[in-house]
Design a binder for this molecule. Structure first.
Ligand code: PLP
Length: 472
């Protein structure tokens, strides 16, 4: 498109309407991504043969343009607790389509109702909500709230944590690769090892930390479950030193771990809880933090401070309708219990595989938040593998397994962002035992065929070569 046509007042002829956009073929979609979006990501997806054209989605299933069905065990990184395209969420959106969606001149009716419901379902004295649009934004809001409420600046977080990629959230995210290009980040942020109470107490002792932010189970760090009692004790320590306890339940929340909120496993009552992902029912972006009346008032009480932290889209009618429907569906379909039962069954079956196949180093998780960690290649394997195969095996066995699952078995999974040797299994909470059995059988088959890293890496290279030569 020429600069002239871009600035012309009448519609440029090259613009696509929705119907034309929906009719693009796979090659055109790829081309647009490479030209107008993240070219490196597009190439990576292509190399792993992860760039299928999906045209329909319902519940746990998605279908590609060849009519092949896939099981989605990635579940939008925890954003699809209800499954794809839940009809009750769409019905809710239809119900509000005539209402003003964004009208700052009045108090949103649905925002009030959603905040009421969140106050009812969240633990302890959590009562006041702030609505935003994503997990990172919820974390930003929580950090600001903690600073304003305590008049302290420090934030303690955990190594291996993931809280998002905006500047504040990134400052408390424990992966150097994501942080380095953007330094300096927020000052006074300190990382402590996840699960280490002594290190936490040491960091709290100077009484300068506004908050300790923690995921009850680390998601992107590799589905890391802390030692029993850790969260409870960490919460107590925070209270002792005047530091607010922020539970980042963006990924663990809303039933995922077999509890409505993962911190309930240890009866922990956080000072602030962050939610997003599944809050919008897998359809609409929605995020929130919820805190106590007391903390809220310290930070934002009174008219003077009422506009200190706001968001244009936060609390819009559509997002709130989706979130209200989501909470209703979670109860109606017993999704919390389902996650607990199916998760226990899944974990047991996967642990049986772990006992039989040394390539599978560990199976861990709670509810339907499960990670599979693969063994690193031994020194011999590193010596004899070379080039692409060796590199892939060292860093990306997780994605090689995910590639096999996708291309040969029609099962969608992915590795965790901070730990590429772990693949995560986070299917919609309505997943059936049959679907779980299909995944276990596929994994068994893969592990049977690739007893070593070398074979896995070689097959990964083959997949890559295949995708490079299979141009449409
Ligand atoms: N917090 C946690 C625990 C997450 O897992 C994520 C995303 O994976 C985020 C925050 C950031 O959420 P978003 O990608 O919506 O900004």
């Amino acid at each position: 498109m020429t600069r002239e046509s871009k600035t012309a007042t009448n519609k440029p002829a090259e613009l696509l309407d929705l119907q034309e956009a929906l009719s693009l073929d796979r090659a055109q979609v790829k081309d647009f991504h490479k030209r107008y979006l993240n070219a490196g990501l597009a190439t990576m997806m292509e190399l792993l043969n992860f760039d299928k054209m999906f045209v329909r989605a319902e519940g746990v299933s998605v279908w590609d343009n060849q009519g092949r069905e896939y099981l989605d065990f990635l579940g939008g990184y925890g954003a699809l607790n209800l499954g794809h395209n839940h009809p009750k969420v769409f019905a809710a959106l239809q119900q509000v389509q005539a209402l003003p969606n964004i009208l700052q001149a009045s108090l949103g009716v649905l925002a009030g109702a959603l905040a009421h419901n969140l106050a009812r379902i969240t633990p302890g004295k959590l009562q006041r909500s702030f609505f935003c649009n994503s997990g990172a934004e919820a974390v930003e809001g929580a950090i600001k709230l903690a600073r304003a409420a305590t008049n302290r600046t420090g934030i303690i977080h955990c190594q291996g944590s993931f809280h998002g990629k905006t500047m504040g959230a990134l400052s408390v995210t424990g992966r150097e690769k994501y942080r380095k290009p953007f330094a300096p980040l927020l000052p006074d942020c300190q990382a402590v090892p996840f699960g280490d109470l002594d290190a936490l107490e040491k960091a709290l002792q100077p009484r300068q930390a506004a908050a300790f932010i923690v995921e009850p189970i680390q998601g992107e760090g590799g589905i890391n479950v802390p030692p029993p009692g850790y969260l409870k004790k960490a919460r107590e320590l925070c209270k002792r030193y005047g530091t607010l306890f922020i539970a980042d339940e963006v990924q663990t929340g809303l039933g995922r771990t077999g509890y409505m909120f993962a911190c309930e496993a240890e009866n922990v009552e956080p000072d602030i809880i962050c939610l997003a992902k599944s809050l919008g029912g897998g359809v609409v972006p929605a995020g929130a933090y919820i805190t106590t009346d007391e903390i809220w008032k310290k930070a934002y009480g009174g008219m003077e401070k009422a506009l200190l932290h706001t968001s244009t889209f936060g609390g819009n009618t559509v997002a709130c309708a989706a979130a209200l429907a989501t909470i209703q569906v979670i109860y109606e379909e017993n999704l919390v219990e389902q996650a607990r039962e199916k998760g226990a069954y899944f974990l047991t079956r996967l642990k049986e595989l772990q006992e039989r196949f040394p390539l599978l180093k560990e199976v861990r998780g709670r509810g339907l938040m499960i990670g599979l960690e693969f063994n690193q290649p031994g020194s011999l394997a590193s010596k004899v593998t070379f080039g692409l195969a060796g590199k892939l095996a060292e860093e990306y066995t997780g994605s090689l397994v995910a590639g096999e699952l996708l291309n040969n078995y029609g099962i969608i999974t992915a590795y965790t962002l901070n730990n590429p040797n772990v693949i995560r299994l986070e299917p919609p909470l309505c997943v059936t035992r049959d679907q779980i059995d299909r995944v276990v059988a596929a994994l068994e088959d893969i592990l049977q065929r690739h007893r070593s890293f070398m074979s896995m890496a070689t097959s990964g290279v083959k997949t890559i070569l295949k995708s490079l030569t299979q141009r449409e």
